[in-house]
Design a protein around this ligand. Structure first.
Ligand code: G4P
Length: 525
């Protein structure tokens, strides 16, 4: 198959949700449709979230399993689908942010009873930053929940995106009867069954009397009324607006009962984008270009502490990737060959000879890669650094074993390369501060420093509200700010200036007092 065709048939995306909305269940059902697994219950990746936070066995298990489920590739009809897994536990949200830089679109799962929850709101912000096309799946229609029109309003206001229903439920909870597929003008009746697909009623249009026969006169009348309202309120679905990230099509269903999932998948492959051009520092790179290029968006440490080997996950952006071909590692300026790149198909990890834009290859590594590194077949291209967001929790990290300070330094450096957390160095006193999204990350760092590097660390409290990257066109204003706030100035790993604000009030005052300084809450500006 020609490169163009390989690209056109690829759909690389992530499913995101607040924990428990049904991401794992939906992922599993998509894999069932793709024939990648044969029984439900095969994907148990993010079960860690349901266990106590300090359960080390579970964390280790998670790290082991999540290599296998990091990327799930399968064929569906003419399409090659790559689902990128994101961690279930919200303390690892930073990983999810990075994964979102490697996908071409996103499916958001929302629980019909709970509506938009905190994590979903945050992840949507990341999608908005990059205009990532989003499809929303409202899940658990077999349970009592909110009125679908209310849910649509909430999606619009909370996720700050226009929505357009492409399917519509007939009742919910105990009375749930089925879903009318607006996109294809068809009707699917609900049969609660975890393995079987729903029953389809052939209809001509929404006025077809067979709808009345199937769901009863009353519900058929209500459906027609609802659909009329939808057509009146929501503009017709505009695929281009979806591709620009301006409107999100909405589907309703029940992942657990495999209901509404096929409708979602069938529409998804038709409308979701194939790999798109990517803006590098030097120029825009098109997937169809002959020269290979890609970037590392995730590094997975090996479970075996004696061999500090990792897998670097490379998203292919252009050209064809070939095993054993010489590729240039931009940051190191070295040419490397990869003898054992792996790909992930139908839940199996195997060595691949070639891969195409949209695909992810796993490259075994012993320390050559950092998150954000670019590989090319020769041309100088640097994909823009992946964004870091202001962490939410901060602690000083101190050496608890003076004999092992080298090990500690190395451990911290490598864990940061892997993107486990963010490191800031206070410009005033040189103390190191680790910033994370959740408490669990501190525990993981301490555990891994000890088990993989033989180093002991101690955490000391620091009360901070946010870290913001600062810049200004006015060098004097910048110098004045840094002088005034010298105790709160830090440097990130790239040497950029970061202001550590200890409260929202202090941050607001700083913004008022120094209008020439720009404050950024993500490192991508
Ligand atoms: P997550 O990955 O987003 O965290 O959610 P997950 O799929 O693990 O689903 C969370 C819980 O919601 C699971 O129940 C799952 O079975 C249930 N669920 C998912 N989809 C539906 C649905 O359409 N209808 C109903 N009624 N429930 C659904 P659990 O009891 O927490 O776990 P399990 O023991 O069933 O695995």
């Amino acid at each position: 198959m020609a490169l163009n065709e390989e690209i056109a048939r690829r759909r690389t995306f992530a499913i995101i949700s607040h924990p428990d909305a049904g991401k794992t269940t939906l992922t599993e059902k998509l894999l069932l449709f793709g024939g990648a697994i044969h029984v439900a219950g095969a994907v148990k990746s993010n079960k860690i979230k349901k266990t106590a936070t300090s359960d080390w066995m579970e964390i280790e298990k998670q790290r082991g399993i999540s290599v296998a489920t990091s990327v799930m590739g399968f064929n569906y009809g003419d399409y090659k689908i790559n689902i990128l897994d994101t961690p279930g536990h919200q303390d690892f949200a930073e990983d999810t942010y990075r994964t979102l830089t490697a996908v071409d679109s996103v499916i958001i799962v929302v629980d019909v009873a709970k509506g938009v929850e905190r994590q979903t709101r945050k992840l949507m912000e990341v999608c908005r930053m990059r205009n990532t096309p989003v499809i929303i799946f409202v899940n658990k229609l077999d349970r009592e929940g909110r009125d679908p029109f209310d849910i649509l309003d909430e999606l619009e206001s909370e996720l700050k995106i226009s929505v357009r229903p492409l399917s519509w439920p007939i009742n919910i909870g105990e009375k749930f009867k089925g879903v009318y597929n607006i996109y294809e003008n068809s009707l699917d009746l609900f049969t609660p069954d975890k393995q079987r697909v729903s029953e389809r009623v052939e209809i001509e249009s929404v006025d077809d009397p067979r709808i009345d026969d199937a769901v009863g006169d009353k519900d058929a009348a209500k459906l027609r009324e609802d659909l009329e309202l939808i057509e009146g309120v929501y503009p017709e679905f505009d695929k281009e607006a979806y591709l620009r990230g301006q409107v999100a099509p909405v589907f309703f269903g029940s992942a657990l009962n495999t209901f509404g999932v096929k409708e979602l998948l069938d529409c998804f492959v038709k409308i979701a984008p194939a790999p798109k051009p990517v803006m590098a520092e030097e120029r825009e790179v098109k997937p169809q270009e002959e020269g290979f290029s890609g970037f590392v968006f995730k590094i997975h440490a090996n479970m075996d502490p004696n061999h500090r080997s990792c897998i670097a996950f490379v998203k292919i952006c252009s050209g064809k990737f070939e095993r054993n071909a010489p590729y240039k590692h931009m940051r190191l300026g070295k040419t490397l060959k990869f003898a054992a790149p792996t790909a992930f198909m139908a839940q199996k990890k195997s060595i691949v000879d070639e891969a195409y834009p949209g695909d992810i290859v796993g490259i075994p590594d012993t320390g050559n890669f950092k998150i954000g590194d670019t590989l090319t077949s020769g041309e100088t291209i640097h994909y823009k650094g992946l964004p870091s967001f202001s962490p939410e929790m901060f602690k000083y990290i101190e050496n608890a074993d003076p004999m092992k300070s080298k090990q500690l330094d190395k451990g911290i450096q490598q864990l940061m390369d892997e993107g486990v957390a963010q490191l800031f160095t206070n410009q005033f006193n040189g103390r190191r501060i680790i910033g994370t999204v959740g408490q669990l990350q501190f525990e993981v760092i301490q555990y891994r420093l000890e088990h993989e590097y033989g180093a002991q660390c101690r955490w000391e409290p620091i009360s901070l509200y946010k870290a913001c990257w600062i810049e200004s066109d006015d060098a004097e204003a910048l110098a004045a700010f840094k002088k005034r706030k010298h105790q709160f100035m830090a440097t990130d790993r790239e040497g950029r200036d970061v202001f550590l604000a200890d409260s929202g009030y202090v941050l607001q005052m700083a913004q008022n007092d120094f209008p020439k300084i720009r404050f950024h809450f993500s490192s991508e500006f």
